[in-house]
Design a protein around this ligand. Structure first.
Ligand code: HEC
Ligand code: HEC
Length: 258
């Protein structure tokens, strides 16, 4: 692979991270790695090497983690004889617990009657993890950013996540996420902070219904009717068929006239 190939490979990796973990992980693993497991405590003892390999690649993809995240092995593969049976790592213990938990969940789900449907939905590591070690949702990430660094940190964190994860299913990065977060911030009394987030959203992602409506509402909360009316007019222009925004605009204009 020459430099430009490897650059585009890296770029491609960043955009399809999970698949890449799959490729990198499987490239670096010796062919006989899965042949003779010695320390399975949860997976069935008669698991085939291919099933074990797919399970491990699945773990790696779901958590966006390398084998070394759970195993006492070296990713550089300088280890002559990696030992995947060692269970010294804490993550290995957690992963076993998670395997059992997933089994319990699937057992409970299969007890429910979904008979009209043909295909079952099986809960897997990916169902929750979606490419993260900890399957955290974006609102929690933004809350933590706010606690640690205020509104600027929220905006910085959202931008960073969007840059890194857009197009993946790891985080809901639609501008409506920012709108919802901003409305919560306003409901707690910080309308300045709320408007800062919404202005950022509106500048970077114009014409977004949720963002514009949140701006209208937060300005109404501050009794800034001119601004609220301007945003409602914007919504009516964008969504001429919506009777809801037309009505909201009518109410706001009436209140303003009184
Ligand atoms: C999220 C944690 C996690 C990741 C990532 C992971 N594994 Fe595992 N692996 C486990 C757990 C847990 C077991 C034991 C399952 C059990 O006890 O039934 C295991 C078992 C194994 C075994 C059987 C070991 C033995 O001797 O019993 C092999 C081989 C293995 N993994 C290889 C890999 C490879 C190769 C990768 C990277 C592609 C990988 N694993 C990624 C958690 C992980
Ligand atoms: C029902 C949702 C759910 C499923 C399914 C699930 N997990 Fe988890 N997992 C969690 C949650 C929640 C946490 C984080 C707890 C925390 O950090 O507060 C977690 C944490 C972990 C961690 C520790 C991560 C760290 O660095 O802190 C590992 C390892 C892990 N899960 C492995 C797995 C594996 C392997 C599977 C599939 C067999 C799996 N999980 C399936 C919900 C799930």
């Amino acid at each position: 692979m020459n430099i430009s190939d490897s650059m585009s490979f890296r770029h491609w990796c960043l955009t399809t991270l999970a698949l890449c973990v799959f490729i990198l992980a499987s490239q670096h693993v010796r062919a006989d790695t899965f042949d003779d497991p010695k320390n399975l405590k949860v997976l069935p003892s008669d698991i085939t090497p291919d099933e074990l390999r797919r399970t491990m690649v699945g773990f790696s993809a779901a958590l966006n983690a390398r084998c070394s995240y759970c195993h006492m092995v070296d990713d550089a593969l300088s280890m002559p004889d990696p030992d995947y049976s060692a269970d010294d790592k804490w993550t290995m213990q957690v992963a076993r617990e998670m395997l059992q938990m997933v089994d319990v969940i699937n057992g409970r789900v299969s007890n429910l009657d979904f008979s009209p449907r043909q295909q079952k939905v099986e809960v897997q590591c990916m169902t929750c993890h979606r490419g993260q070690n900890r399957p955290i949702l974006i609102l929690q990430v933004l809350n933590e950013a706010r606690e640690n660094g205020g509104i600027d940190a929220v905006i910085a964190k959202y931008s960073e996540l969007r840059e890194r994860y857009y197009g993946n299913h790891t985080f809901d990065l639609r501008p409506s996420t920012l709108a919802g977060f901003a409305r919560k911030v306003a409901s707690e009394g910080d309308t300045d902070g709320s408007i800062k987030i919404l202005d950022f959203a509106n500048e970077n992602f114009p014409d977004q219904e949720r963002v514009l409506f949140a701006l209208a509402r937060v300005h109404q909360q501050r009794n800034e009717n001119d601004q609220a009316i301007a945003f409602l007019r914007e919504l009516v222009r964008l969504l001429p068929d919506s009777s809801f925004y037309a009505e909201q605009l009518g109410l706001a204009e009436k209140a303003h006239a009184e």
